[in-house]
Write a new protein. Structure first.
Length: 364
């Protein structure tokens, strides 16, 4: 069995593929095609192991995330490539919560990394902004905050109803995500980190963020550090996004910021993300969901899934192959070998074919 170590880039890597629902299945098919092109030519071997977890399986036999899934993944695979979960036939979204949130929590994927790169100036809704102005990463805390599901409702459905949602912030959780952001900035020569919170109003949980940030930043004197309240940050991101390289923030703000970032860089179809535990098995997925309204029609843009695959290759220490994928997506976008959401005329499969072909040429 392969180990989860990413140290040996020549060994066979085993990838769990979870396409999920809707356009997840379509974009992941293309991502696997492109990954095969990138690795076959460089002699690296990726073994893809398919898992049918998603709405169909749930509706068929009630399975969401099988009980042994997490231990099996930890033992047998090096990384997870994930499509999207969500299906109108499951209005409760139970399977989606069990599968994606379950994997994030049980594998302790505490970093949600979302790069935002404007490839083509025409794709941003901001006026007079070029590719140098929009190039940053959002480092979102992925296991704590308001998303832990602590709280309750009292006298539900009555005029006296009370709803409480707890915001959980631990010293360990806050410190490790802030350190990750500084380490990422250092490793990628990005030079600056901005931490954003609302500590002027959230005087307990976010005061902890501010305090930890001011302690940790002193250990990274080579990196410029800055603190902005979230309301100021969103204004600045729209007014002058070129100020930012690495933004680190809590689960809720990171969720919102990364969708803002996706739109600044051309929309959901292009946005990738990594759910990461450094040095351990991690999960890579496009930012978009299952998009039921366009599913099954060869319309979905596979570029977000391909860029997520590039992040996975980075994590597996397959840097040249990762760069080849990114180069192919940049070329596809610039030369308009794209789906309709980016102004092109190709279908999902045709974009995948073009990317696979381009990757092969880049690596030959
Ligand atoms: P979910 O509930 O699973 O998040 P959703 O439809 O609510 O699904 P998204 O899947 O994120 O949300 O998509 C919202 C809309 O953005 C889609 O209906 C579609 O028009 C567009 N979109 C999202 N992803 C893509 C893509 N890869 N290619 C083209 N359009 C996309």
């Amino acid at each position: 069995m392969p180990s989860n170590s990413s140290a040996n880039s020549s060994a066979t890597k085993r990838i769990a593929v979870i396409p999920g629902d809707g356009i997840g299945t379509e974009v992941i098919r293309e991502a696997v095609k492109v990954l095969k092109a990138a690795t076959s030519i460089t002699g690296t071997k990726l073994d893809f192991v398919q898992f049918d977890w998603g709405a169909d399986r749930y509706l068929r036999d009630g399975t969401t995330l099988p009980p042994d899934a997490v231990s099996m993944l930890r033992r047998d695979v090096d990384a997870i490539l994930f499509g999207a979960v969500g299906d109108p036939r499951v209005p409760s979204n139970k399977h989606a919560a069990d599968i994606l949130l379950g994997l994030r929590a049980k594998l302790e994927l505490y970093v949600n990394l979302r790069p935002v790169e404007l490839i083509e100036a025409a794709l941003t809704p901001l006026r007079d902004r070029g590719t140098n102005d929009i190039n940053f990463v959002v480092v979102r805390e992925n296991t704590e905050g308001l998303y832990v599901g602590m709280g309750g409702q009292f006298q539900r459905g009555t005029p006296h109803e009370v709803a409480v949602q707890e915001d959980v912030n631990t010293r360990r959780g806050v410190e490790r995500i802030i350190r990750y952001a500084f380490d990422y900035a250092r490793e990628h020569h990005l030079g600056r980190v901005c931490m954003s919170d609302k500590s002027n109003a959230l005087t307990f949980g976010h005061e902890l963020w501010l305090r930890v940030f001011s302690q940790v930043k002193d250990e990274y004197s080579d990196i410029e550090s800055r603190h902005l309240y979230i309301d100021t940050l969103v204004m600045e991101l729209v007014r002058d996004p070129g100020q930012f390289r690495v933004i680190v923030t809590c689960n809720l703000f990171g969720d919102i910021l990364s969708d803002l970032g996706a739109q600044l860089a051309g929309g959901l179809g292009l946005a990738p993300s990594g759910n990461i535990h450094p040095g351990r098995i991690s999960l890579f997925e496009p930012v978009h969901g299952s998009a039921p309204t366009i599913a099954g029609r060869n319309l979905a843009n596979p570029c977000g899934a391909v860029l997520a695959s590039a992040m996975m290759l980075d994590h597996l220490d397959l840097k040249p192959q990762a760069e080849a994928l990114r180069k192919a997506v940049r070329a596809a976008v610039r030369e308009k070998h794209t789906t309709a959401d980016l102004g092109g005329t190709l279908g999902t499969r045709e974009v995948g074919d073009w990317l696979a072909d381009n990757v092969t040429k880049n690596l030959t």
